[in-house]
Write a protein that binds this ligand. Sequence first.
Ligand code: ADP
Ligand code: 5GP
Length: 189
Amino acid sequence: MNIGKLIVFSAPSGSGKTTLVRHLLKQSLPLGFSISATSRRPRGKEKNGVDYHFLTPKNFEKKIQQGEFLEFEEVYQNLFYGTLFSELNRIWSEGHHILFDIDVKGGLNIKKKYPLNTLSIFVQPPSIEILKERLQNRATENNNKIKERIKKAQMEMNFASEFDFILINDDLKKAKKEVVQIVRNFLES
Ligand code: ADP
Ligand code: 5GP
């Protein structure tokens, strides 16, 4: 199998990764989204095999033991997320390059494993205050969960400089335009 390129989006929760990744997937670019596995429950309209592979904690653990993950992290207490090797195989065998929406540690791990083929992008919110507002407006987590995510965000911002590119997501229209340009340039390089 030919190894294609990997494009990693990492950022504190609420920065706008999902919004930007969805925008990229609508362009006519040869990209496929890596559907992560998670031990968290689906929320809202999320579908198994589309947004995530939703696994029970026991099944997630089994896949760890069987070496099925390229990387995995306990992103929040008792909530595991990871990238399955089967996703890389699926997307590359379709002749596409891979888009990842994963946490900061996972993103840097992928860059370490495929240094020449990976573009790592850190999506930065204009400020922690604005991040908090976005999470509150998104209204997918309760106040305690939002607090946990904000606390983690403060730590994650310290890793921004380790990424190939820092994309400040302030004006969404501008950020969308910028992200398409960065990815096009990388795919053509
Ligand atoms: P993430 O995937 O990083 O957790 P989302 O893409 O879900 O973030 O974005 C978090 C919330 O902020 C969503 O409700 C989204 O619509 C909104 N959002 C994203 N980018 C912007 C922006 N530039 N300005 C205002 N709101 C934004
Ligand atoms: P959420 O619960 O909001 O969908 O995601 C929580 C966090 O887990 C986000 O920061 C997201 O990027 C991260 N995440 C999603 N999939 C993976 C993965 O496969 N590996 C790692 N390390 N983090 C992931």
